[in-house]
Structures are given as structure tokens and as C-alpha cells.
Design a protein around this ligand. Structure first.
Ligand SMILES: Nc1ncnc2c1ncn2[C@@H]1O[C@H](COP(=O)(O)OP(=O)(O)OP(=O)(O)O)[C@@H](O)[C@H]1O
Length: 275
């Protein structure tokens, strides 16, 4: 984990910037309303007695792209895993359209319309593109052709190369397969864990363009990214996590132009965030 920012939220509201104030639990309660997904005060971790997320708050409204940025090890991927039931939540609650889904199992969440694309090992390399997409349809195999047409519209390359083994594809193409597979189940929410990581600049651009295109079809998106600037460019709102806690939240545009955010997370001092 990196050092705590010097202006991390304090208990005195007079000292908080608007983006810090918005990240306080009280403001979260005011703003989250009946969001599509909301996480209230969640604490979670991998090893007994070690919390990675501490009292984290998050919400995603219908139709939004919400970005999660922050330094290496801040807990961004962990928050996504907690939302998708991949790690136990020790305190707090997660709801999906007001239904409690705290630590619900991943297959249940898929049935409820939540798709998740992990950062790595997100395709079956020995299977063809088409077979990978079929794996995404195991709950509704009869709808394959209908969903394949939608996915092919977003990722024409997947249709062109449908008989190719996923293992023979480039990193960027594999990312398309992984996103396509999650979309096969017609999710209302897509949780994307660093989809641009390790890709060439051209493929990184493609990922962000595709995120916007997917969102335009009505899918809400939670986007964890190390490419913080680019993420904030396309997201409606963003959260900055630092050391497992909410540090800042505001619109993507405001965060991208906030001198404190630039200094701490986007500028030369931010180092790892500047990929
Ligand atoms: N499976 C695991 N078991 C134990 N600790 C883990 C595990 N996965 C992650 N962690 C720890 O949790 C902390 C947060 O990791 P996480 O991957 O959520 O951070 P991140 O903000 O996504 O960082 P990055 O941008 O580097 O991926 C780190 O200290 C990491 O070492």
C-alpha cells in the first residue's frame, strides 16, 4: 500500500474539499438513495483479522458508468470482488435494487443480472471464441443466437474469428472475449476489473470506447482502473480509494480537473496511477 494522502478525510468537515466531503458516510447515505447497487460501510478482507476494505461506501445508479481509481493496493479490485460475492463481507451491507446481496454467491448474482470480468485468466484458452461465449450462456443456452448477435454487434471481431481458440488471441482480443462472455447473460450491471491493464495503447482506447458502447445499450458499469485519467474521462462519477477507504468522490470530470486529485493520483507524483 502507498502512504496515506496528507489530506485524507478528517473528522473536521471544515477541512474537507467538496470531493472529500462527498465521500463521507453521511453524504453517501444522503446521495445513494435507491441506487441499482449500493455498498454501505463494508469491511472485507482475505486473511483472518486483516481488513483490506474498511467502512467502504459505494453506489451505482441505473445507466451510470462509475469508475474506481486509486494507488496500487488501495483495494479497488477487492471492492469489486466484495460486490460480486467473491470474498466475505465482515461488516456492512450490499444491496441490488434494494435486495440484500451481501456475500451472495456469484452464480446467484449472475442470475440477478450482474456480470463480472476479472482482471486475469478471464478466458478459457483451449476453447474457441464461440465456446467461450457459450460458457457465458450456461444458464440460458436457448438464447445463444440472440445474445451472440448483440455481442457481435459490439465486438465484430468475435464473430469474424468465432472458430479461433481464445488462447491464440492477443491480450486485447482476449479482453473482448471476456467482456463478450459476461454480456451473453444480458446483465444490467457489468463489473470490470482493470480491463485495460497490460494492453497496447490502441487496445486500451478500444476498451474505453467499448465500455461507452456497452453502456449505451443500457448496461450500467463499474469500472476499476489503473488508467485513472482515461477512466475519469468516460465515467459519470468516480471514487478514489486509498488504503481501503473512501478518499474522494465526485463526477469524473470534476475529479479529473481537481488539483488535489491531479497532485495525489493523476500527476507525476501519483506514479503507479499514471499508466
Ligand atoms: N487473494 C489475496 N489474498 C490476500 N491478500 C490479497 C489478495 N488479493 C489482494 N490482496 C491484498 O489486498 C490489498 C488490496 O489489493 P487489491 O488488488 O484490491 O488492490 P488494487 O487497488 O486493485 O491494486 P492494483 O491496482 O495494484 O491491482 C493488497 O494489499 C493485496 O496484497
Amino acid at each position: 500500500m502507498t502512504e496515506s494522502p496528507e489530506n485524507a478525510p478528517t473528522t473536521s468537515s471544515e477541512e474537507l474539499t467538496p470531493a472529500q466531503l462527498a465521500a463521507t458516510p453521511a453524504e453517501h447515505q444522503k446521495r445513494a438513495g435507491n441506487a441499482l447497487i449500493r455498498a454501505d460501510d463494508i469491511t472485507a478482507g482475505y486473511l483472518p483479522g486483516i481488513n483490506i476494505l474498511e467502512d467502504c461506501n459505494f453506489y451505482l445508479n441505473d445507466g451510470e458508468i462509475v469508475g474506481i481509481i486509486g494507488p496500487n493496493g488501495a483495494g479497488k479490485s477487492t471492492l469489486l470482488k466484495a460486490l460480486f460475492g467473491l470474498i466475505p463481507i465482515r461488516k456492512g451491507a450490499v444491496t441490488l435494487r434494494d435486495e440484500a446481496i451481501t456475500s451472495a454467491k456469484a452464480h446467484r448474482l449472475v442470475q440477478l443480472g450482474v456480470g463480472y470480468v476479472p482482471q486475469t485468466q478471464n478466458v478459457f484458452p483451449s476453447l474457441t471464441i464461440e465456446e467461450n461465449l457459450e460458457m457465458g450462456m450456461y444458464l440460458r443456452p436457448k438464447k445463444f443466437n440472440e445474445r451472440f448477435a448483440v455481442v457481435a454487434d459490439l465486438f465484430p471481431l468475435l464473430a469474424e474469428r468465432r472458430k479461433m481458440k481464445a488462447g491464440s488471441l492477443s491480450g486485447g482480443e482476449r479482453q473482448m472475449v471476456a467482456m463478450g462472455r459476461a454480456l451473453m447473460m444480458e446483465p444490467s450491471v457489468l463489473l470490470l476489473d482493470e480491463p485495460s491493464a497490460g494492453l497496447s495503447p490502441m487496445f486500451q482506447d478500444q476498451v474505453f470506447i467499448r465500455c461507452k458502447a456497452i453502456n449505451a445499450t443500457g448496461v450500467s458499469i463499474v469500472l476499476v482502473e489503473q488508467n485513472a485519467r482515461r477512466c475519469l474521462q468516460i465515467c459519470d462519477r468516480g471514487y478514489v480509494l486509498d488504503q481501503g477507504r473512501n478518499a474522494y468522490t465526485d463526477t469524473g470530470e470534476t475529479l479529473r480537473n481537481d488539483p488535489k486529485i491531479i497532485e495525489l493520483y493523476l500527476g507525476t507524483l501519483a506514479g503507479s496511477s499514471e499508466k
